[in-house]
Structure formats: structure tokens, C-alpha cells
Design a protein around this ligand. Structure first.
Ligand SMILES: [Zn+2]
Length: 430
């Protein structure tokens, strides 16, 4: 059994979907042996985009396919987003998204996307909190599509979110340092932009005392800014993603390089090193995927048109396998780190703790059984996510998800996906 603090043999007693006891237990009821397997907390992917409208297109997974992919990969909780709007009030946005999420196969939380929001709508935040949504997402980039929030508006929102006991999540790229016409590539979206934006957000977090979570940190410069803000006392935490840890900008030179488009873009080998180092320091709060897949056809249609190339990669299904194989099994991080970044870390950041993210009495019985020695090769066609592209195509991974329990129910058993759409529940904050 793997937790953020220890690795060792243990028994787990589950009753009515919850963990009742961990440690020595008498032999009662059905017994499942996990001999030779690693038992981890069901993974939380705190950053996914299912069924997301993007510039006349849509991300390829809906809630059903996206959460089946999640279940197959050992992810038992996801956090998705509302569709922000200047015209629609936050509570209404949440109600709409909850109805779109009815097909979810795993439990989910929602975060309000603050697009088109203005400070005169501050009263809507309490309405969102009443519906169980206390995390709010802001973009410092994407001015041309109207998604950008200026620092003055962000400051006022952060003060209100602090009063609600919530978290502000920020997409940290400083707009003035980007060249949107250049597309989602490092030449147009330099790491400098990330460093500047994280520094600004860190100062606002310190000023407002608002717990703040920086999404998808991609660079060494981003880590420098995060570390500096934390040392200055800002309540600032950060996330990185598997694609920044495992891929770099050399893929853009390939014939199919445009299919790797993602924002922020992939960076250098030195940036990857810095991100792994920061993981070893427990500098980050979570590893999440920003899962936002497109099909090859969707990307190929804009191959020579970088300004309109859809940006996003699949990830939810390979999150745990990649982080185990290339991180835990490779010795770049510990197994305990794995349990922190995919369990307790994100659970604590988003009001899911202690019901989710840990193997402890009272928590939901969300567990992953991983065969640490089994090897398999990633093929897009063998995954459940609805795209024919995987950025990890052909990689041979060590460690295979053999069993997944969610609230005590088998979603995967003996390697077979049993999960059904519609069983997932909305998990309100707190
Ligand atoms: Zn995102």
C-alpha cells in the first residue's frame, strides 16, 4: 500500500463504499488479495476538459468517453470546468454543466471558468459555493478570444474567493509577452511569459491571502517564479502535466509535429529536468493532465495555420501509468510522491479531502491495484479516449492498472474495464 508517508503491506477493510479500517483486520466478507500488486489511492485528475467547445470545434471526449478512459487508467475522480460566459450567471453555468456530466463513469467536481466575468458579478460566487463549486479558473492569456482576465479584476475576485474559503486557479501566461499569431509553439509563447505571470499571480495571492493554484507549469522559469512566491509567503501552489515532464520541443520538428500542439507549449530537455527536480522537492501540489484531446483530422485541418490550430493533448488515461513508469519505477520520484501528486495533493487543493485522495478510514474506497512489473506499449487505438492520436505512441511502459475500485465498486477488475457511464457522482467542495 502506497501513501504520501509510507509504503508497506496492509489490509484495507471496505464497507458500503467506504474504507472502514486500515491495518490489521479480521477475515470477514469477501476478500481480495493484492499480493504482488501496488495499492494506490484512486487517482485524481484535477484538470480535464471533456466536451469543450474550442474555436468552432469540440474536444474529442464527452463525459462518458472521457471518464471511461479515466477509469481504465486508474483515475477515480476528475475536475472539469463550466463553460464561462459574459451572459450566463455562474449558478446557471454550473447547472448546465452538471446536466452535461450526467453520463460520467467516475466521480467529478466542477470548477467555474471565469470568462466574461466582471467584479459587479461578485455576488454570483456565493451562489456557486452553495452549489458545491468553490474553485474558479482565470486566464491571463487569450485576450483575442475574450477569455483574458486583467490583474485588477483578478485581484477583486481573489479577495472574494478567499472569503468563500475557495481556490483561484490561474492559467499563467503574460499576454503582452506572447505572439498569438505564431500559434501554440515555444517561439510564440516563451517561458518568460510564464515566469512573469506566475510572479504577478504570486504577488496577488500574497496581497489577498487567496489560496491560488497555478495550472500547467511548463518551464524551469515557471518553477523559479513559483519557488520565489512561496518563499515570499504567498499561498501559491502549482501543477505540472505529464507532457511537460516527458516530451520536449524537438517533437515540433517532426512531420506530425503540429499534432503535439498544446498551451503552454512543450519546452526543452533542461525544462523537463527542472520539473522533475521540483517534483522531488514536493514543490508542486498536483500532477494533472489538462486532458483536451483532438483527433488527427481536427489538427491536420489547421496544419499550416498555426493561429487556428486547436491546442490540447489527451492525458487522463495515461496519467498514472506514465507517472508510475517514467517517474516512480524509473526512480525520478518516489512511490510516496506518486500518492501525493495524484491523491492527497489535489484532494487538499480542491476541497475533496478527506473523502477523496487517501487510503484512510472514512474516505471513499477509491483504490488502484497496479501490477508493477507488467509491461505494455501505448497505442492510441488501444486506449479508450476518443482520439486516434497519443503523444506517447509506441512507448513501452512498466506497470499496468489491473484493478480499480471506486466507492467500493469494481471499475476495472483483472485488467478488464467494467465501468458504466452514469455511475459517477458530483462531489461538492467540502
Ligand atoms: Zn486546461
Amino acid at each position: 500500500m502506497v501513501t504520501p508517508r509510507r509504503v508497506g503491506a496492509a489490509n484495507v477493510l471496505i464497507r458500503d463504499g467506504r474504507i472502514v479500517r486500515v491495518g490489521k483486520i479480521g477475515h470477514r466478507g469477501e476478500t481480495v488479495s493484492a499480493q504482488g500488486l501496488l495499492v494506490l489511492p484512486g487517482a485524481i485528475d484535477a484538470h480535464v476538459h471533456f466536451d469543450l467547445p474550442v474555436a468552432g470545434s469540440r474536444s474529442a471526449d464527452d463525459f462518458a468517453t472521457g471518464t471511461l478512459a479515466a477509469a481504465a487508467g486508474g483515475v477515480t475522480t476528475v475536475v472539469d470546468f463550466t463553460i464561462g460566459s459574459a451572459e450566463v450567471r455562474l449558478p446557471e453555468q454550473i447547472e448546465r454543466r452538471l446536466s452535461q456530466a450526467r453520463d460520467a463513469a467516475v466521480d467529478f467536481a466542477l470548477r467555474a471558468e471565469m470568462v466574461g466575468w466582471t467584479p459587479d458579478r461578485v455576488g454570483e460566487l456565493a451562489g456557486a459555493a452553495e452549489l458545491g463549486v468553490r474553485s474558479f479558473k482565470f486566464y491571463l492569456a487569450y485576450a483575442s478570444s475574450g477569455r483574458r482576465t486583467d490583474l485588477g479584476t483578478l485581484r477583486r475576485a481573489m479577495a472574494a474567493i478567499r472569503d468563500l474559503g475557495g481556490t483561484a486557479m490561474v492559467h499563467a501566461e503574460a499576454e503582452e509577452l506572447l505572439d498569438p499569431a505564431g500559434g501554440p509553439f515555444p517561439t510564440a509563447r516563451p517561458a518568460l511569459s510564464e515566469e512573469v505571470a506566475i510572479a504577478e499571480v504570486g504577488i496577488l495571492a500574497r496581497e489577498t491571502s487567496c489560496p491560488t493554484y497555478v495550472a500547467h507549469i511548463s518551464s524551469a522559469r515557471g518553477v523559479v517564479a513559483l519557488r520565489a512566491a512561496q518563499r515570499a509567503g504567498a499561498p501559491l501552489v502549482g501543477e505540472t502535466c505529464p507532457h511537460y515532464l516527458l516530451l520536449d520541443e524537438t517533437v515540433y520538428a517532426r512531420l506530425d509535429g503540429h499534432r503535439f500542439s498544446v498551451t503552454p507549449p512543450l519546452r526543452t530537455a533542461a525544462d523537463r529536468e527542472a520539473l522533475w527536480q521540483a517534483l522531488r522537492e514536493r514543490r508542486f501540489q498536483a500532477v494533472a493532465t489538462d486532458h483536451c484531446p483532438f483527433t488527427n483530422a481536427q489538427k491536420d485541418a489547421h496544419r499550416d495555420d498555426p493561429a487556428h490550430l486547436p491546442s490540447g493533448l489527451p492525458g487522463v488515461e495515461t496519467l498514472l501509468p506514465l507517472l508510475y513508469s517514467e517517474g516512480g519505477a524509473a526512480g525520478l520520484i518516489t512511490l510516496r510522491d506518486l500518492a501525493w501528486y495524484l491523491g492527497e495533493g489535489p484532494a487538499r487543493a480542491f476541497g475533496l479531502w478527506p473523502g477523496k485522495g487517501g487510503i484512510r478510514p472514512g474516505a471513499d474506497a477509491d483504490l488502484v491495484l497496479l501490477d508493477p512489473e507488467a509491461k505494455w506499449t501505448v497505442r492510441a487505438r488501444g486506449l479508450h479516449t476518443r482520439t486516434d492520436f497519443s503523444p506517447y505512441e509506441g512507448m513501452t511502459l512498466r506497470g499496468r492498472v489491473m484493478g480499480v475500485l471506486a466507492r467500493g465498486e469494481w471499475l476495472v477488475r483483472d485488467g478488464e474495464l467494467l465501468a458504466q457511464p452514469g455511475r459517477g457522482r458530483f462531489i461538492p467542495w467540502g
